[in-house]
Design a protein around this ligand. Sequence first.
Ligand code: PLP
Length: 394
Amino acid sequence: MSDPSRSEPVPETRAGRFDTLCVHAGQSPEPVTGAITTPIFQTSTYVQDGIGRHRGYEYARLQNPTREASEANIAALEGGRHGIAFSSGLAAIECLAKAVAAGGHIVSEENTYGGTTRMFTRILSRLGIEVTLADTRDPGAVEAAIRPETRLIHLETPSNPLMRIADIRAISEIARRRGILLCVDSTFASPGNQRPLSLGADVVMHSTTKYLSGHSDLLGGILVVNDDALADELHFVRKSTGPLPGPMDSWLTLRGTRTLHLRMECHNRNGVRIAEFLESHPAARAVHYPGLASHPGHELARRQMTGFAGMLSAEFSQADAKRLVERTRLFRLAESLGGVESMISIPSVMTHASVPEEARLRMGITNGLVRFSVGIEDGRDLVEDLEQALRNNE
Ligand SMILES: *Cc1c(COP(=O)(O)O)cnc(C)c1O
């Protein structure tokens, strides 16, 4: 096991270092009262001073100060200029596809979040967008899948649930050479551990439902970009189609990101601990965690990540897997991830049930694969919980 603290520190910006940006970026005291937290502007519209005279706020599908504060906060955490928030992670991906790939072609990692692959293969096809799924661990496979009409490469690294690692920098060079946009779904890493824009990506995407909001209490998504024209186009598609987060969810996201740095340190620590525990347990046949030296993407992960988060999966016999997820007490049997509380699931029948069985098994998403979202509880309690659940299995 390597020491994650040996990785490169997150770069500093003039507005502050990462921890400071979590707490302050995008927020300043409210001008009327001085309220230290950004208020929840729960309004659909804004009264105008006269015809054609308003204060920059017209209608909530266009502008909302609470949403804008959360967008500016997350953009700063990713080292990007523009954050554009959505009602869910999938809505963010759909907006990007509509903005840049209409009538064209997308190359996507084959082992993404199940809903992403479902949208790519069953919904975008209705809009005339074709998708090729590739094993993006091999940059050559990405290059081979590119066509003249390819507009977008979509990576998910680490991937769900196999924790595959794609080389963001190498693939960004291919994308730049071929004039194609590169988007990285960085949900499993969070900006605390990975900053795709600094590695050459054009767009970083998050399901803010997960680590960014961090408390399992909302759905949301965001795209962060540097290019002004691309940001304008994404804003145009979003305001013309309407997949926006409400003010309350924007505020909860902002509340979550203010402690992102603290939560991720704990997720990183507990993730390593659970991965090492499982690797030494006889019931686990394989453990997929990029922080383990045994992971085939470990060296690459150490180059492009500063920590490895709390997401991992492990292979058990089908009977052991079923008993395990039904016997843990702290690890709750649930879809979703990235919350303060630990969760456990069986992707083949839960998050990835919509992926055709043949493709699932070829990639290694067997019926015995168990996914863990390791929370921020005391790591000793989490190990004891898994120990007792696995002991019952014997
Ligand atoms: C959850 C998730 C999504 C989809 O996000 P929603 O907020 O559920 O729409 C996309 N990518 C990854 C990696 C996810 O974990």
